[in-house]
Design a protein around this ligand. Structure first.
Ligand code: ADP
Ligand code: MG
Length: 601
Protein backbone atom coordinates (compact mmCIF):
# COMPACT_ATOMS: atom_id res chain seq x y z
CA UNK A 1 0.00 0.00 0.00
CA UNK A 2 1.62 3.27 -1.08
CA UNK A 3 2.14 5.97 1.54
CA UNK A 4 1.50 8.74 -0.90
CA UNK A 5 -2.14 9.64 -1.47
CA UNK A 6 -3.71 12.22 -3.69
CA UNK A 7 -5.71 14.57 -1.47
CA UNK A 8 -9.46 14.64 -2.03
CA UNK A 9 -10.72 17.66 -3.99
CA UNK A 10 -12.48 19.04 -0.93
CA UNK A 11 -9.24 19.17 1.07
CA UNK A 12 -7.34 20.70 -1.85
CA UNK A 13 -9.99 23.40 -2.10
CA UNK A 14 -9.74 24.28 1.57
CA UNK A 15 -5.94 24.47 1.40
CA UNK A 16 -6.08 26.67 -1.67
CA UNK A 17 -8.70 28.84 -0.04
CA UNK A 18 -6.46 29.33 2.96
CA UNK A 19 -3.84 30.91 0.74
CA UNK A 20 -6.14 33.27 -1.12
CA UNK A 21 -8.76 34.03 1.52
CA UNK A 22 -7.15 34.84 4.80
CA UNK A 23 -9.93 36.86 6.33
CA UNK A 24 -13.15 38.64 5.33
CA UNK A 25 -11.21 41.59 3.91
CA UNK A 26 -9.29 39.39 1.47
CA UNK A 27 -12.54 37.87 0.18
CA UNK A 28 -13.98 41.36 -0.21
CA UNK A 29 -10.89 42.57 -2.07
CA UNK A 30 -11.22 39.73 -4.60
CA UNK A 31 -14.92 40.39 -5.14
CA UNK A 32 -14.35 44.10 -5.68
CA UNK A 33 -11.59 43.36 -8.16
CA UNK A 34 -13.87 41.03 -10.07
CA UNK A 35 -16.48 43.79 -10.30
CA UNK A 36 -13.85 46.26 -11.50
CA UNK A 37 -12.60 43.75 -14.07
CA UNK A 38 -16.19 43.41 -15.25
CA UNK A 39 -16.22 47.15 -15.97
CA UNK A 40 -18.58 48.17 -13.17
CA UNK A 41 -19.55 51.85 -12.97
CA UNK A 42 -21.01 51.33 -9.51
CA UNK A 43 -20.21 48.86 -6.77
CA UNK A 44 -22.42 48.46 -3.71
CA UNK A 45 -20.99 46.62 -0.75
CA UNK A 46 -22.87 45.34 2.26
CA UNK A 47 -21.27 43.75 5.27
CA UNK A 48 -22.80 42.13 8.29
CA UNK A 49 -21.04 41.20 11.49
CA UNK A 50 -17.60 42.21 10.28
CA UNK A 51 -17.98 40.04 7.19
CA UNK A 52 -18.29 36.88 9.28
CA UNK A 53 -22.02 36.73 8.60
CA UNK A 54 -22.31 38.39 5.19
CA UNK A 55 -20.26 39.95 2.44
CA UNK A 56 -22.37 41.13 -0.47
CA UNK A 57 -20.95 42.84 -3.55
CA UNK A 58 -23.28 44.08 -6.25
CA UNK A 59 -22.03 45.55 -9.51
CA UNK A 60 -23.45 46.77 -12.80
CA UNK A 61 -20.64 45.22 -14.83
CA UNK A 62 -20.89 43.01 -17.87
CA UNK A 63 -22.36 40.01 -16.03
CA UNK A 64 -22.24 36.32 -16.88
CA UNK A 65 -24.57 33.89 -18.61
CA UNK A 66 -25.48 30.58 -17.02
CA UNK A 67 -22.66 28.64 -18.59
CA UNK A 68 -19.97 31.13 -17.51
CA UNK A 69 -21.48 31.45 -14.07
CA UNK A 70 -21.08 27.74 -13.44
CA UNK A 71 -17.59 27.73 -14.92
CA UNK A 72 -16.50 30.71 -12.84
CA UNK A 73 -16.70 28.62 -9.67
CA UNK A 74 -14.15 26.07 -10.82
CA UNK A 75 -10.45 26.18 -9.99
CA UNK A 76 -8.26 28.05 -12.50
CA UNK A 77 -11.42 29.20 -14.21
CA UNK A 78 -10.77 32.61 -15.71
CA UNK A 79 -11.90 34.58 -18.71
CA UNK A 80 -8.89 36.83 -18.46
CA UNK A 81 -6.05 34.84 -20.00
CA UNK A 82 -5.87 32.06 -22.53
CA UNK A 83 -2.16 31.39 -22.63
CA UNK A 84 0.97 32.06 -20.60
CA UNK A 85 2.01 34.79 -23.05
CA UNK A 86 -1.12 36.77 -22.16
CA UNK A 87 0.36 37.44 -18.72
CA UNK A 88 2.58 40.18 -20.15
CA UNK A 89 -0.21 42.35 -21.45
CA UNK A 90 -2.66 41.84 -18.66
CA UNK A 91 -4.61 44.83 -17.46
CA UNK A 92 -7.08 43.09 -15.22
CA UNK A 93 -6.80 42.56 -11.45
CA UNK A 94 -7.48 38.85 -11.54
CA UNK A 95 -6.17 36.16 -13.81
CA UNK A 96 -5.49 33.17 -11.59
CA UNK A 97 -9.09 32.05 -11.55
CA UNK A 98 -8.89 31.13 -7.90
CA UNK A 99 -10.88 33.73 -6.03
CA UNK A 100 -14.44 32.56 -6.55
CA UNK A 101 -13.32 28.94 -6.25
CA UNK A 102 -11.65 29.69 -2.92
CA UNK A 103 -14.46 31.77 -1.47
CA UNK A 104 -16.97 29.13 -2.51
CA UNK A 105 -14.88 26.42 -0.78
CA UNK A 106 -15.15 28.11 2.61
CA UNK A 107 -18.53 29.85 2.61
CA UNK A 108 -22.18 29.57 1.72
CA UNK A 109 -22.27 31.34 -1.61
CA UNK A 110 -24.93 32.64 -3.90
CA UNK A 111 -24.28 34.45 -7.15
CA UNK A 112 -26.78 35.92 -9.47
CA UNK A 113 -25.81 37.51 -12.74
CA UNK A 114 -27.17 38.73 -16.04
CA UNK A 115 -25.65 40.06 -19.23
CA UNK A 116 -26.88 43.16 -20.94
CA UNK A 117 -30.08 42.59 -22.92
CA UNK A 118 -30.55 38.98 -21.73
CA UNK A 119 -34.13 37.77 -21.30
CA UNK A 120 -33.31 36.25 -17.99
CA UNK A 121 -30.44 36.15 -15.56
CA UNK A 122 -29.34 33.11 -13.62
CA UNK A 123 -28.39 32.32 -10.08
CA UNK A 124 -26.54 29.54 -8.31
CA UNK A 125 -26.52 28.67 -4.66
CA UNK A 126 -24.14 26.33 -2.89
CA UNK A 127 -21.84 25.77 0.03
CA UNK A 128 -18.38 24.40 0.68
CA UNK A 129 -17.70 24.27 -3.07
CA UNK A 130 -20.84 22.26 -3.97
CA UNK A 131 -23.63 23.79 -6.04
CA UNK A 132 -26.98 22.91 -4.48
CA UNK A 133 -29.39 24.94 -6.58
CA UNK A 134 -29.60 26.71 -9.92
CA UNK A 135 -32.43 29.03 -10.81
CA UNK A 136 -33.39 31.92 -13.03
CA UNK A 137 -32.78 35.47 -11.81
CA UNK A 138 -34.07 38.90 -12.85
CA UNK A 139 -32.43 40.19 -16.05
CA UNK A 140 -30.65 43.12 -14.39
CA UNK A 141 -27.26 43.67 -15.98
CA UNK A 142 -24.48 42.92 -13.52
CA UNK A 143 -23.58 40.50 -10.79
CA UNK A 144 -24.41 40.05 -7.12
CA UNK A 145 -22.12 37.83 -5.07
CA UNK A 146 -23.20 36.98 -1.57
CA UNK A 147 -20.82 35.07 0.68
CA UNK A 148 -22.32 34.16 4.04
CA UNK A 149 -20.84 32.40 7.03
CA UNK A 150 -17.24 32.60 5.91
CA UNK A 151 -15.14 29.67 7.22
CA UNK A 152 -18.28 27.85 8.44
CA UNK A 153 -16.55 24.58 7.53
CA UNK A 154 -13.10 25.48 8.91
CA UNK A 155 -13.82 26.28 12.56
CA UNK A 156 -10.10 26.58 13.34
CA UNK A 157 -9.76 29.44 10.91
CA UNK A 158 -12.98 31.09 12.01
CA UNK A 159 -11.56 31.13 15.52
CA UNK A 160 -8.34 32.66 14.24
CA UNK A 161 -10.17 35.76 13.02
CA UNK A 162 -9.63 38.95 14.96
CA UNK A 163 -12.28 40.87 16.87
CA UNK A 164 -15.17 42.34 14.91
CA UNK A 165 -13.66 45.78 15.26
CA UNK A 166 -10.35 44.76 13.76
CA UNK A 167 -11.93 42.85 10.90
CA UNK A 168 -14.29 45.75 10.22
CA UNK A 169 -11.31 48.09 10.10
CA UNK A 170 -9.64 45.85 7.51
CA UNK A 171 -12.82 45.65 5.45
CA UNK A 172 -13.15 49.42 5.43
CA UNK A 173 -9.53 49.85 4.48
CA UNK A 174 -10.05 47.51 1.55
CA UNK A 175 -12.97 49.53 0.24
CA UNK A 176 -11.19 52.82 0.94
CA UNK A 177 -8.19 51.77 -1.12
CA UNK A 178 -10.35 50.51 -3.96
CA UNK A 179 -12.31 53.77 -3.96
CA UNK A 180 -9.17 55.91 -4.00
CA UNK A 181 -7.67 53.84 -6.81
CA UNK A 182 -10.75 53.64 -9.00
CA UNK A 183 -12.06 57.14 -9.32
CA UNK A 184 -14.33 56.33 -12.25
CA UNK A 185 -16.35 53.86 -10.25
CA UNK A 186 -18.91 54.83 -7.62
CA UNK A 187 -18.76 52.96 -4.32
CA UNK A 188 -21.18 52.58 -1.46
CA UNK A 189 -20.45 50.73 1.75
CA UNK A 190 -22.99 49.61 4.32
CA UNK A 191 -22.17 47.81 7.53
CA UNK A 192 -24.85 46.18 9.61
CA UNK A 193 -27.47 48.23 7.82
CA UNK A 194 -25.72 51.58 8.38
CA UNK A 195 -24.34 53.49 5.44
CA UNK A 196 -20.64 54.03 6.10
CA UNK A 197 -20.02 56.01 2.96
CA UNK A 198 -21.31 56.74 -0.48
CA UNK A 199 -18.76 57.92 -3.01
CA UNK A 200 -20.33 58.87 -6.33
CA UNK A 201 -18.31 59.86 -9.39
CA UNK A 202 -18.47 63.66 -9.46
CA UNK A 203 -17.79 66.05 -12.32
CA UNK A 204 -14.37 67.68 -12.68
CA UNK A 205 -12.02 64.82 -13.43
CA UNK A 206 -9.72 62.56 -11.48
CA UNK A 207 -8.21 65.13 -9.11
CA UNK A 208 -11.60 66.45 -8.05
CA UNK A 209 -12.80 62.93 -7.40
CA UNK A 210 -9.66 62.08 -5.52
CA UNK A 211 -10.09 65.12 -3.29
CA UNK A 212 -13.74 64.37 -2.72
CA UNK A 213 -12.93 60.81 -1.67
CA UNK A 214 -9.91 61.74 0.42
CA UNK A 215 -12.05 64.19 2.41
CA UNK A 216 -14.45 61.36 3.29
CA UNK A 217 -11.86 58.63 3.78
CA UNK A 218 -9.11 60.49 5.65
CA UNK A 219 -11.51 62.60 7.65
CA UNK A 220 -11.69 66.36 7.53
CA UNK A 221 -8.74 67.21 9.73
CA UNK A 222 -6.17 65.10 7.84
CA UNK A 223 -7.68 66.16 4.53
CA UNK A 224 -7.31 69.81 5.49
CA UNK A 225 -3.55 69.33 5.75
CA UNK A 226 -3.06 67.89 2.26
CA UNK A 227 -1.61 69.53 -0.83
CA UNK A 228 -1.73 68.31 -4.41
CA UNK A 229 1.08 67.28 -6.71
CA UNK A 230 0.94 66.71 -10.43
CA UNK A 231 4.38 66.26 -11.95
CA UNK A 232 6.98 63.61 -12.64
CA UNK A 233 8.88 62.86 -15.82
CA UNK A 234 7.46 61.93 -19.23
CA UNK A 235 8.05 58.26 -18.43
CA UNK A 236 6.84 58.38 -14.84
CA UNK A 237 3.82 60.45 -13.84
CA UNK A 238 3.47 61.30 -10.15
CA UNK A 239 0.25 62.83 -8.85
CA UNK A 240 -2.02 62.84 -5.87
CA UNK A 241 -2.19 64.31 -2.40
CA UNK A 242 0.25 64.49 0.47
CA UNK A 243 0.64 66.30 3.79
CA UNK A 244 1.94 69.79 4.27
CA UNK A 245 4.98 69.70 6.54
CA UNK A 246 3.03 71.49 9.26
CA UNK A 247 0.24 68.91 9.17
CA UNK A 248 2.12 65.67 9.72
CA UNK A 249 0.83 62.72 11.70
CA UNK A 250 2.18 60.64 14.54
CA UNK A 251 2.10 57.40 12.52
CA UNK A 252 2.06 56.05 8.98
CA UNK A 253 -1.64 55.29 9.18
CA UNK A 254 -2.94 57.25 6.18
CA UNK A 255 -0.39 56.36 3.52
CA UNK A 256 -1.69 54.94 0.27
CA UNK A 257 0.43 54.29 -2.81
CA UNK A 258 -0.90 53.26 -6.19
CA UNK A 259 1.07 52.07 -9.17
CA UNK A 260 -0.90 52.15 -12.39
CA UNK A 261 -3.99 52.68 -10.20
CA UNK A 262 -3.49 49.61 -8.04
CA UNK A 263 -2.93 49.84 -4.32
CA UNK A 264 0.60 48.63 -3.62
CA UNK A 265 3.01 48.22 -0.77
CA UNK A 266 6.45 49.48 -1.72
CA UNK A 267 9.46 50.32 0.39
CA UNK A 268 10.99 52.37 -2.39
CA UNK A 269 7.95 54.58 -2.77
CA UNK A 270 7.73 55.08 0.97
CA UNK A 271 11.39 56.03 1.19
CA UNK A 272 11.06 58.35 -1.78
CA UNK A 273 8.16 60.15 -0.10
CA UNK A 274 10.13 60.60 3.13
CA UNK A 275 13.22 61.75 1.23
CA UNK A 276 11.06 64.38 -0.46
CA UNK A 277 10.49 66.04 2.91
CA UNK A 278 14.18 66.23 3.69
CA UNK A 279 14.54 67.64 7.22
CA UNK A 280 10.96 68.66 7.62
CA UNK A 281 9.62 65.50 9.21
CA UNK A 282 10.96 65.71 12.75
CA UNK A 283 10.01 62.12 13.52
CA UNK A 284 6.50 62.50 12.15
CA UNK A 285 4.78 60.98 9.15
CA UNK A 286 3.01 62.35 6.11
CA UNK A 287 -0.40 61.12 4.96
CA UNK A 288 -0.68 60.54 1.24
CA UNK A 289 -2.61 59.15 -1.67
CA UNK A 290 0.16 59.08 -4.26
CA UNK A 291 -0.27 57.70 -7.74
CA UNK A 292 2.58 56.63 -9.96
CA UNK A 293 1.74 55.81 -13.57
CA UNK A 294 4.38 54.19 -15.72
CA UNK A 295 4.90 51.69 -18.50
CA UNK A 296 3.56 48.41 -17.05
CA UNK A 297 6.50 46.51 -18.53
CA UNK A 298 8.91 48.10 -16.01
CA UNK A 299 7.00 46.98 -12.94
CA UNK A 300 5.68 43.69 -11.72
CA UNK A 301 2.67 43.93 -9.48
CA UNK A 302 1.97 40.22 -9.40
CA UNK A 303 4.91 38.87 -7.48
CA UNK A 304 2.93 38.81 -4.24
CA UNK A 305 0.09 36.30 -3.84
CA UNK A 306 -2.23 39.07 -2.74
CA UNK A 307 -0.83 41.20 -5.56
CA UNK A 308 0.06 44.08 -3.26
CA UNK A 309 3.81 44.24 -3.40
CA UNK A 310 5.37 45.79 -6.46
CA UNK A 311 8.86 45.54 -7.94
CA UNK A 312 10.38 48.03 -10.37
CA UNK A 313 13.11 47.32 -12.88
CA UNK A 314 14.32 50.93 -12.51
CA UNK A 315 14.28 51.49 -8.75
CA UNK A 316 16.64 54.41 -8.86
CA UNK A 317 14.72 56.38 -11.43
CA UNK A 318 11.43 55.81 -9.62
CA UNK A 319 12.97 56.88 -6.35
CA UNK A 320 14.41 60.07 -7.82
CA UNK A 321 11.29 61.02 -9.72
CA UNK A 322 8.96 60.56 -6.77
CA UNK A 323 11.18 62.23 -4.19
CA UNK A 324 11.87 65.24 -6.38
CA UNK A 325 8.19 65.57 -7.29
CA UNK A 326 7.34 65.76 -3.59
CA UNK A 327 10.32 67.93 -2.78
CA UNK A 328 9.76 70.49 -5.55
CA UNK A 329 6.12 70.79 -4.60
CA UNK A 330 7.06 71.53 -1.00
CA UNK A 331 9.66 74.02 -2.14
CA UNK A 332 7.14 75.80 -4.34
CA UNK A 333 4.64 75.96 -1.53
CA UNK A 334 7.21 77.06 1.00
CA UNK A 335 6.91 80.67 -0.02
CA UNK A 336 3.23 80.35 -0.73
CA UNK A 337 0.54 78.53 1.11
CA UNK A 338 2.61 76.13 3.19
CA UNK A 339 2.62 77.17 6.80
CA UNK A 340 5.63 75.92 8.67
CA UNK A 341 5.23 75.33 12.34
CA UNK A 342 7.81 77.90 13.31
CA UNK A 343 11.00 79.67 12.41
CA UNK A 344 13.10 76.77 13.55
CA UNK A 345 11.42 74.56 11.00
CA UNK A 346 12.04 77.09 8.27
CA UNK A 347 15.65 77.50 9.19
CA UNK A 348 16.23 73.79 9.37
CA UNK A 349 14.88 73.52 5.88
CA UNK A 350 18.12 73.42 3.98
CA UNK A 351 17.53 72.20 0.47
CA UNK A 352 19.93 69.90 -1.33
CA UNK A 353 21.33 70.99 -4.69
CA UNK A 354 18.00 71.77 -6.19
CA UNK A 355 16.77 75.09 -7.35
CA UNK A 356 13.43 75.69 -8.89
CA UNK A 357 14.55 79.09 -10.16
CA UNK A 358 17.66 77.96 -12.00
CA UNK A 359 15.78 75.07 -13.51
CA UNK A 360 18.48 72.68 -12.39
CA UNK A 361 17.11 69.18 -12.36
CA UNK A 362 16.47 67.73 -8.95
CA UNK A 363 19.59 66.13 -7.67
CA UNK A 364 18.26 63.81 -5.07
CA UNK A 365 20.78 61.41 -3.57
CA UNK A 366 20.59 57.91 -4.88
CA UNK A 367 18.25 55.54 -3.13
CA UNK A 368 20.07 53.73 -0.39
CA UNK A 369 22.44 56.53 0.61
CA UNK A 370 21.72 57.27 4.22
CA UNK A 371 20.72 60.70 5.35
CA UNK A 372 23.37 60.79 8.06
CA UNK A 373 26.05 59.87 5.54
CA UNK A 374 24.97 62.88 3.53
CA UNK A 375 24.98 65.13 6.52
CA UNK A 376 28.44 64.06 7.54
CA UNK A 377 29.72 64.63 4.05
CA UNK A 378 28.54 68.22 3.95
CA UNK A 379 27.55 69.55 7.34
CA UNK A 380 25.20 72.45 6.77
CA UNK A 381 25.95 75.64 8.64
CA UNK A 382 22.28 75.84 9.40
CA UNK A 383 22.44 72.77 11.58
CA UNK A 384 24.85 74.23 14.07
CA UNK A 385 23.43 77.72 13.97
CA UNK A 386 19.82 76.98 14.54
CA UNK A 387 19.78 73.86 16.60
CA UNK A 388 20.03 75.11 20.14
CA UNK A 389 22.29 72.99 22.24
CA UNK A 390 21.61 71.69 25.69
CA UNK A 391 24.32 72.00 28.29
CA UNK A 392 26.85 69.29 27.52
CA UNK A 393 26.84 66.29 29.76
CA UNK A 394 23.38 67.17 30.92
CA UNK A 395 21.69 63.91 30.14
CA UNK A 396 24.03 62.00 32.41
CA UNK A 397 22.90 64.07 35.37
CA UNK A 398 19.29 64.19 34.38
CA UNK A 399 18.08 61.81 37.05
CA UNK A 400 19.97 63.43 39.90
CA UNK A 401 18.22 65.48 42.52
CA UNK A 402 20.08 68.60 41.46
CA UNK A 403 20.95 68.70 37.78
CA UNK A 404 24.26 70.33 36.91
CA UNK A 405 22.74 73.21 34.99
CA UNK A 406 21.28 74.47 38.22
CA UNK A 407 24.04 76.78 39.49
CA UNK A 408 22.83 79.04 42.28
CA UNK A 409 22.66 81.84 43.11
CA UNK A 410 20.13 82.39 40.36
CA UNK A 411 18.20 85.57 39.69
CA UNK A 412 15.52 86.21 37.13
CA UNK A 413 16.31 88.82 34.48
CA UNK A 414 13.21 88.81 32.37
CA UNK A 415 11.43 87.41 29.36
CA UNK A 416 12.30 87.63 25.64
CA UNK A 417 9.76 87.27 22.85
CA UNK A 418 7.13 86.04 25.34
CA UNK A 419 8.85 82.68 25.05
CA UNK A 420 12.28 82.65 26.66
CA UNK A 421 13.15 83.22 30.26
CA UNK A 422 16.54 84.70 31.12
CA UNK A 423 18.33 84.04 34.38
CA UNK A 424 21.67 85.07 35.68
CA UNK A 425 23.44 82.22 37.46
CA UNK A 426 26.87 81.15 38.53
CA UNK A 427 27.23 79.45 35.14
CA UNK A 428 26.44 82.58 33.13
CA UNK A 429 23.29 83.51 31.26
CA UNK A 430 20.72 80.73 31.52
CA UNK A 431 18.04 80.70 28.82
CA UNK A 432 14.94 78.55 29.28
CA UNK A 433 12.38 77.87 26.60
CA UNK A 434 9.28 78.37 28.69
CA UNK A 435 6.94 76.34 26.48
CA UNK A 436 9.31 73.43 26.20
CA UNK A 437 9.78 73.51 29.96
CA UNK A 438 6.04 73.63 30.61
CA UNK A 439 5.55 70.73 28.26
CA UNK A 440 8.13 68.68 30.10
CA UNK A 441 6.50 69.36 33.47
CA UNK A 442 2.99 68.59 32.23
CA UNK A 443 4.23 65.42 30.61
CA UNK A 444 5.81 64.10 33.78
CA UNK A 445 2.87 65.06 35.95
CA UNK A 446 0.40 63.39 33.59
CA UNK A 447 2.42 60.18 33.40
CA UNK A 448 2.70 60.13 37.17
CA UNK A 449 -1.06 60.48 37.60
CA UNK A 450 -1.64 57.93 34.86
CA UNK A 451 0.58 55.26 36.36
CA UNK A 452 -1.02 55.78 39.78
CA UNK A 453 -4.46 55.48 38.21
CA UNK A 454 -5.39 58.84 39.66
CA UNK A 455 -6.01 61.01 36.63
CA UNK A 456 -8.19 63.97 37.44
CA UNK A 457 -10.84 64.40 34.81
CA UNK A 458 -12.46 67.59 33.62
CA UNK A 459 -15.92 67.10 32.06
CA UNK A 460 -16.46 69.32 29.05
CA UNK A 461 -19.45 71.62 29.41
CA UNK A 462 -20.23 71.09 25.75
CA UNK A 463 -19.06 67.71 24.42
CA UNK A 464 -16.77 68.20 21.43
CA UNK A 465 -17.58 66.16 18.34
CA UNK A 466 -14.69 65.16 16.13
CA UNK A 467 -14.93 63.91 12.55
CA UNK A 468 -12.70 60.92 11.87
CA UNK A 469 -12.41 58.40 9.13
CA UNK A 470 -14.53 55.32 9.78
CA UNK A 471 -11.58 53.10 10.46
CA UNK A 472 -10.08 55.64 12.84
CA UNK A 473 -13.36 55.80 14.74
CA UNK A 474 -13.40 52.00 15.02
CA UNK A 475 -9.95 52.09 16.56
CA UNK A 476 -10.77 54.82 19.03
CA UNK A 477 -13.92 53.02 20.18
CA UNK A 478 -12.03 49.80 20.57
CA UNK A 479 -9.75 51.56 23.06
CA UNK A 480 -12.57 53.39 24.79
CA UNK A 481 -12.10 51.84 28.23
CA UNK A 482 -8.37 52.29 28.20
CA UNK A 483 -8.80 55.89 27.10
CA UNK A 484 -11.12 56.47 30.05
CA UNK A 485 -8.27 55.45 32.36
CA UNK A 486 -6.14 57.99 30.46
CA UNK A 487 -8.70 60.68 31.27
CA UNK A 488 -10.40 60.88 27.89
CA UNK A 489 -14.10 59.97 27.88
CA UNK A 490 -15.18 59.20 24.36
CA UNK A 491 -18.35 57.91 22.77
CA UNK A 492 -19.62 57.33 19.29
CA UNK A 493 -21.53 60.38 18.08
CA UNK A 494 -22.36 59.29 14.53
CA UNK A 495 -21.10 56.96 11.80
CA UNK A 496 -17.83 58.90 11.60
CA UNK A 497 -18.02 61.11 14.63
CA UNK A 498 -16.47 60.72 18.03
CA UNK A 499 -17.95 62.59 20.94
CA UNK A 500 -15.53 63.73 23.62
CA UNK A 501 -17.13 64.24 27.01
CA UNK A 502 -14.15 64.73 29.31
CA UNK A 503 -10.41 65.31 29.17
CA UNK A 504 -7.64 65.14 31.78
CA UNK A 505 -7.87 68.19 34.05
CA UNK A 506 -4.17 68.91 33.55
CA UNK A 507 -4.68 69.88 29.95
CA UNK A 508 -6.63 72.57 28.26
CA UNK A 509 -7.47 72.01 24.60
CA UNK A 510 -9.13 74.19 22.02
CA UNK A 511 -11.75 72.29 19.96
CA UNK A 512 -9.39 72.38 16.95
CA UNK A 513 -6.56 70.96 19.01
CA UNK A 514 -8.87 68.18 20.22
CA UNK A 515 -9.74 67.43 16.65
CA UNK A 516 -6.14 66.96 15.70
CA UNK A 517 -5.34 65.14 18.89
CA UNK A 518 -8.04 62.54 18.34
CA UNK A 519 -6.80 61.95 14.81
CA UNK A 520 -3.31 61.29 16.17
CA UNK A 521 -4.70 59.14 18.91
CA UNK A 522 -6.51 56.79 16.57
CA UNK A 523 -3.32 56.38 14.60
CA UNK A 524 -1.18 55.58 17.58
CA UNK A 525 -3.70 53.15 19.01
CA UNK A 526 -4.10 51.38 15.71
CA UNK A 527 -0.37 51.16 15.04
CA UNK A 528 0.95 47.68 15.78
CA UNK A 529 4.53 49.00 16.02
CA UNK A 530 3.44 50.99 19.05
CA UNK A 531 1.93 47.95 20.60
CA UNK A 532 3.12 48.01 24.19
CA UNK A 533 0.96 49.97 26.54
CA UNK A 534 3.96 51.92 27.78
CA UNK A 535 4.73 53.22 24.32
CA UNK A 536 1.12 54.11 23.73
CA UNK A 537 0.94 55.89 27.06
CA UNK A 538 4.09 57.86 26.36
CA UNK A 539 3.03 58.80 22.88
CA UNK A 540 -0.34 59.97 24.08
CA UNK A 541 1.20 62.02 26.85
CA UNK A 542 3.59 63.60 24.37
CA UNK A 543 0.82 64.51 21.96
CA UNK A 544 -1.47 65.79 24.66
CA UNK A 545 1.26 68.06 25.98
CA UNK A 546 1.91 69.41 22.55
CA UNK A 547 -1.72 70.14 21.83
CA UNK A 548 -2.59 71.52 25.22
CA UNK A 549 -2.55 75.28 25.61
CA UNK A 550 0.27 76.24 27.95
CA UNK A 551 0.05 78.80 30.68
CA UNK A 552 -0.34 82.30 29.30
CA UNK A 553 2.66 83.69 27.47
CA UNK A 554 3.52 86.52 29.81
CA UNK A 555 5.07 85.17 32.95
CA UNK A 556 5.52 87.10 36.19
CA UNK A 557 8.89 86.85 37.95
CA UNK A 558 7.67 84.55 40.76
CA UNK A 559 6.14 82.20 38.17
CA UNK A 560 9.40 82.16 36.25
CA UNK A 561 11.34 81.21 39.36
CA UNK A 562 8.75 78.59 40.20
CA UNK A 563 9.12 77.06 36.73
CA UNK A 564 12.87 76.94 37.23
CA UNK A 565 12.47 75.14 40.56
CA UNK A 566 9.96 72.66 39.12
CA UNK A 567 12.23 71.98 36.20
CA UNK A 568 15.08 71.28 38.57
CA UNK A 569 13.23 68.31 40.02
CA UNK A 570 11.96 66.95 36.70
CA UNK A 571 13.22 63.52 35.65
CA UNK A 572 14.67 64.96 32.47
CA UNK A 573 14.96 68.70 32.74
CA UNK A 574 16.95 69.05 29.53
CA UNK A 575 14.39 68.07 26.96
CA UNK A 576 10.77 68.64 26.20
CA UNK A 577 8.80 65.44 25.54
CA UNK A 578 9.63 65.80 21.83
CA UNK A 579 13.33 65.78 22.50
CA UNK A 580 13.98 69.47 21.92
CA UNK A 581 16.19 71.18 24.50
CA UNK A 582 14.51 73.11 27.28
CA UNK A 583 17.49 75.28 28.19
CA UNK A 584 21.02 76.39 27.39
CA UNK A 585 23.77 78.53 28.88
CA UNK A 586 25.82 81.34 27.51
CA UNK A 587 28.96 81.38 29.64
CA UNK A 588 30.67 84.70 30.49
CA UNK A 589 33.63 83.70 28.32
CA UNK A 590 31.36 82.97 25.37
CA UNK A 591 29.75 86.39 25.79
CA UNK A 592 33.21 87.96 25.95
CA UNK A 593 34.28 86.11 22.83
CA UNK A 594 31.34 87.53 20.93
CA UNK A 595 32.43 91.04 21.84
CA UNK A 596 35.90 90.31 20.59
CA UNK A 597 37.45 90.42 24.06
CA UNK A 598 40.06 87.82 24.89
CA UNK A 599 39.36 85.94 28.08
CA UNK A 600 36.70 86.92 30.55
CA UNK A 601 36.33 90.35 32.03
P1 ADP B 1 -10.06 35.74 -11.97
O1 ADP B 1 -10.60 37.05 -11.54
O2 ADP B 1 -8.65 35.51 -11.53
O3 ADP B 1 -10.26 35.46 -13.40
P2 ADP B 1 -12.10 34.66 -10.25
O4 ADP B 1 -12.23 33.36 -9.56
O5 ADP B 1 -12.03 35.87 -9.41
O6 ADP B 1 -10.84 34.58 -11.19
O7 ADP B 1 -13.28 34.81 -11.26
C1 ADP B 1 -13.45 33.83 -12.27
C2 ADP B 1 -14.13 34.39 -13.48
O8 ADP B 1 -15.49 34.68 -13.18
C3 ADP B 1 -13.55 35.70 -13.98
O9 ADP B 1 -12.46 35.48 -14.87
C4 ADP B 1 -14.76 36.34 -14.66
O10 ADP B 1 -14.86 35.88 -16.00
C5 ADP B 1 -15.93 35.80 -13.88
N1 ADP B 1 -16.44 36.77 -12.89
C6 ADP B 1 -16.18 36.78 -11.58
N2 ADP B 1 -16.80 37.81 -10.96
C7 ADP B 1 -17.45 38.50 -11.92
C8 ADP B 1 -18.28 39.68 -11.92
N3 ADP B 1 -18.54 40.37 -10.80
N4 ADP B 1 -18.81 40.07 -13.10
C9 ADP B 1 -18.57 39.39 -14.25
N5 ADP B 1 -17.79 38.29 -14.29
C10 ADP B 1 -17.24 37.83 -13.16
MG1 MG C 1 -10.84 37.66 -9.62
Amino acid sequence: MPEIKVLPEEVVAKIAAGEVIERPASALKELIENSLDAGAAKIDIEIEKAGKKLIRVRDDGKGMDKEDLLLSLGRHATSKINSFEDLDKLDTFGFRGEALYSIFAVSKLSISSAKKGADSGCAVVGEGGKVTKEMPAPPVKGTIVEATELFFNIPARAKFLKSDNTERGQLMKTVEEAALANLNTAFTLKMDGVEIFSLPVIAGGAMENLKNRAAVIFGKSVYGGLITVESGSPAIAVYGLFSRPDALSATRFNQHFFVNKRPVVSTILKQALYRGYEHMLGGKHPACALFIDLDPSVCDANIHPQKKDVKFSNDNEIFKTVSSAVYSELLKKQTGEVRFSGDAARNKFCPPDLSAETGVKADVPAYGQSRSAQRNAAPGAADSLFEPRAVTGGAAFAAEARPDWYAPPISYLGQVAKSYLLFESAGGLLVIDQHAAQERLLFEKYLEEFSKGSIKVQPLILPVSVELSRSQLETVLKWKDWLATAGFEIEQGGPATALLRATPALFYFTPEALNEFLGYLSEVLGDPSKSTEDIKRNTIATMACKKSIKAHDYIKPPEALRLLEDLKSAKDSFHCPHGRPTLFYLSPSEIARRFGRSGSL
